[in-house]
Design a protein around this ligand. Structure first.
Ligand code: GTP
Ligand code: SPV
Ligand code: MN
Length: 585
């Protein structure tokens, strides 16, 4: 008797017609075979065996360098269940149209079957998936980003409780690229891209889009969040989760070397991109990191901004679309050293600034989490870590202050739902365009965003000790166009204020948008920043926020009657606090 998994693998092999099928177990030998296969394909290189042992550099197709949101679909039976913020295709139409692209797609190639577990082995919160792919790069990357092989097969056994994901590189043309999610049957289809979130199906496709749907059904949350522990001078560790849009600072915050380490504040990393949050028996929300590695933005990463990851990426790591020096070391803009003579850019050309940067702006490193010096001893705790604060942040050159706190959970959901951020290179399209990105989940919520807001409101009501909710912005700029806040390891100063608020400290002033630190509440010793800059960072300009409130009204309108009444009430209360006229409401 075949198991459901074997039957599904047979079914997809009948469609894709590979020359052979390889079941992956995640062993070192298998990884070495993937590397050999990649080297033979000519777009992958072994890095310097002395300085970067076990590391490779991969150059993707130049048209396949970031997530493609316009080619990403939620395929629910009813269009309205995908909601106005998602692309939608009817399941039957999707299968017919994209099924044609899978037909014979693996002819003459190997089909790899990658069973994977999202979440720590033995955790009641962990979920299994199986990715079938014709890309050895995907196999090697999944081997770092998830627990693959027996950890997953043990959980799946002869059952059907796994999320199947079918992936093929196809011809890599964006004209024939589709990333499809069928949340009602918990199925993923992806064709035409080998890059990151389009192709490593455990990550955004499963752990966010499909998992967010499961989470609503089952009473938990699947979020685009880092998880960190802040140790205070008493040795107590308080856990926080933070949602920022892509390339807006999660990896760097989660791994920071604290500027206040000498006074006893230290940061421990639990996760850098995704959090699954479940109500725990102690009345707190508990977070697990479903991933096992970090797929982080390379440019800007250096020994000052992120010393922890600079150490971790020295071995067993994959570099994608970075430059390569003549001594076969990876290189990117902002890595702390000047471009050496003979540098090759991400497309393998001799570096010339006329061709643009040496590393693609969305170039990335893929690093096993266990290698990080700051990895938390609890990062694989099956029960997760209890969360005391949730932080939402965006990239805003103006308007948004360095930090503010919500008045309560309902108001917290409102300030998360109305967050906006400037777009980055993590997705294709224009960079620097301000867009609403509720909870940093705009590209990742697998269902109607109005229902998602309602689920968030319900979660706060059902948990006896809901986390306090904050907003931050490391990216505010002064009149000279420069960042007002130094960021990175200095962000611990903001985390310290958040910790004090969690512990009941009262150094906060009420403004129309929420509670901001009093001018002397932030610990700034040892930091060279002017009083004026701090005041500017914390300032809340009523005119700016009246404009935000106007935009929020338009943004909310698209959700129709699925927008929870609580958020309409929060908007009305904000409008009132801002002293806006009735017509502006
Ligand atoms: P995804 O992996 O795409 O979800 O992104 P992420 O949120 O983990 O972003 P990441 O930490 O990789 O940061 C992306 C970019 O923002 C990098 O170029 C960083 O150098 C920059 N950055 C991160 N933190 C800060 C900060 O505190 N201040 C400033 N000015 N830049 C930052
Ligand atoms: C993001 O874009 O938010 C990422 C990278 O974390 S990717 O996996 O490519 O989506
Ligand atoms: Mn991300």
């Amino acid at each position: 008797m075949s198991t459901p998994l074997e039957l599904w693998v047979e079914e997809v092999s009948r469609i894709t017609r590979p020359k052979q099928i390889v079941w992956c177990d995640g062993s070192g030998r298998e990884r070495e075979q993937m590397v050999e296969t990649l080297l033979a394909e000519g777009r992958t290189f072994r890095l310097n065996e002395q300085s970067y042992p076990g590391c490779i550099l991969n150059r993707s197709d130049p048209s396949d360098v970031a997530r493609t949101e316009q080619l990403t679909f939620i395929c629910t039976r009813r269009r309205e269940d995908a909601g106005p913020t998602n692309n939608w295709m009817a399941p039957a139409e999707a299968k017919d149209k994209v099924g044609k692209l899978f037909a014979g797609a693996m002819a003459g190639r190997t089909m790899y079957v990658v069973p994977y577990l999202m979440g720590p082995a033995g955790s009641p919160f962990s979920r299994a998936g199986v990715e079938v792919t014709d890309s050895p790069y995907v196999v090697a990357s999944m081997g770092i980003m998830a627990r693959i092989g027996s950890a997953a097969l043990d959980q799946i056994g002869a059952g059907r409780d796994f999320v199947p994901g079918l992936h093929s590189l196809g011809d890599l043309s964006p004209d024939r690229r589709f990333i499809l999610h069928f949340p009602e049957e918990k199925l993923i289809w992806s064709v035409g891209s080998g890059y990151g979130g389009n192709a490593l199906l455990g990550k955004k496709c499963f752990a966010l889009r499909i998992a967010s749907w499961m989470a609503r059904e089952q009473g938990w949350l699947a979020e685009h969040m880092l998880i960190l522990g802040l140790e205070d001078p008493s040795g107590k560790i308080t856990y926080m989760a933070a949602a920022f849009p892509s390339a807006c600072g999660k990896t760097n915050l989660a791994m920071m070397v604290s500027a206040l380490e000498s006074s006893g504040y230290r940061v421990w990393t639990v996760g850098d991109d995704i959090a699954w949050l479940h109500p725990g028996p102690d009345g707190y929300l508990h977070a697990v990191n479903p991933e096992a590695g970090f797929f982080g933005v390379a440019p800007g990463t250096n020994p000052q901004t992120n010393p922890n990851v600079m150490q971790a990426l020295r071995q067993n790591s994959i570099f994608t679309n970075v430059g390569m020096t003549p001594s076969r070391e990876p290189w990117w803009e902002g890595n702390g050293s000047p471009p050496p003579a003979g540098l090759l850019d991400w497309q393998g050309r001799t570096f010339s600034s006329a061709n643009g940067p040496a590393a693609h702006p969305n170039s990335r490193f893929t690093v096993p989490a266990g290698q990080l010096p700051s990895i938390s001893p609890h990062w694989e705790d099956p029960a997760g870590v209890p969360i005391s604060a949730i932080i939402f942040g965006g990239r805003r050159a103006r308007v948004a202050p360095l930090v503010f706190e919500s008045m309560n959970w309902q108001h917290g959901v409102f300030i998360a739902a109305t967050m906006a951020s400037e777009t980055t290179a993590a997705q294709t399209g224009a960079v620097g365009v301000t867009r609403r990105d509720p909870m940093a989940m705009l590209p990742f919520c697998g269902y109607h965003m109005g229902d998602y807001f309602r689920h968030w409101l319900e979660m706060g009501r059902s948990v006896p000790h809901p986390p306090k909710i904050f907003r931050v912005n490391w990216f505010r700029r002064g009149a000279d166009g420069k960042f007002l806040w130094p960021g990175f390891g200095e962000n611990v100063r903001v985390l310290k204020w958040i910790l004090e608020r969690v512990q009941g400290g009262d150094h906060a002033t009420e403004t129309p948008i929420g509670l901001v630190p009093t001018p002397d509440a932030l610990t700034l010793d040892g930091l060279n920043i002017s009083r004026g800059a701090v005041e500017e960072l914390l300032s809340v300009d009523p005119d700016d926020w009246r404009r935000e409130a106007e935009e929020t009204k338009t943004f909310f309108a698209q959700f129709g009657d699925r927008l929870p009444a609580e958020l309409t009430q929060e908007h009305a209360a904000l409008v009132k606090r801002l002293g806006m006229s009735a017509s502006a409401r």
